[in-house]
Design a protein around this ligand. Structure first.
Ligand SMILES: [Zn+2]
Length: 208
């Protein structure tokens, strides 16, 4: 059981390390390209047309995660969105990076607000349209690539430190668990913590 848990932790550490490297590459690329992956789904009911968007983007050193609904009163659709049912599905685009901190002039009915928390920015989008104009509700979360990189590096770093310490302890003849000096030990068990010594044979401990 312990062995399985350790195996899973190591597997997770490797996945985390690979994601960390991928994030670092995206980070470097993000100053030259805005990479945008998302999914659009549309819904038409008796009174409204709704376009629902989920997206993950990478731009200028930040990830942005967006969820929003654009809602039109149904009579407007015929004029503005003739191909509404064709807008469903996944998309992937690459564009020049844009200024995420540009604040658009406030329109009537715009009740959006945003908050900065230690480099993370949360923007609540809330635009209330009228009988003939569009409404919008949703949010965008901006998270620096650096934060994601650091978070993904924690587990690999801890596992690497553990492996390194064990390897060093092994080389110096120390107990792998408590680092007690085992030179000259013949019992095959660490007298400090009771851990079986790797490589000690059972016959040796009996004959001692
Ligand atoms: Zn020990």
């Amino acid at each position: 059981m312990r062995c399985l848990a350790r195996w899973m932790l190591n597997a997770l550490a490797i996945v985390s390390l690979l994601l960390c490297i991928a994030t670092a590459i995206l980070w470097a690329v993000s100053y030259r390209q805005f990479i945008d992956v998302g999914q659009i789904s549309t819904r038409l009911d008796a009174t409204t047309y709704t376009q629902h968007l989920i997206r993950l983007g990478s731009n200028n050193g930040r990830f942005l995660f967006t969820r929003r609904d654009l809602i039109w009163p149904r009579p407007v659709i015929a004029d503005n969105i003739p191909n509404w049912e064709k807008e469903n599905g996944w998309y992937f685009t690459r564009m020049p990076p844009f200024d995420m901190y540009y604040v658009f002039p406030r329109q009537p009915g715009d009740h959006s607000w945003h908050k900065y928390i230690g480099g993370i920015r949360f923007r609540r989008g809330l635009e209330l349209g009228g009988n003939s104009s569009r409404s919008m509700i949703g949010f965008v979360l901006f998270v620096p690539h650096a934060y994601v990189c650091v978070a993904l590096a924690i587990l690999p770093a801890l596992r690497a430190r553990r492996v390194l310490r064990r390897w060093r302890a092994n080389r110096r003849g120390l107990c792998q668990k408590c680092f007690y000096d085992l030179k000259g030990n013949v019992s095959g068990v660490c007298p400090e913590c009771g851990t079986a010594i790797a490589g000690a044979s059972a016959t040796y401990s009996i004959s001692a």
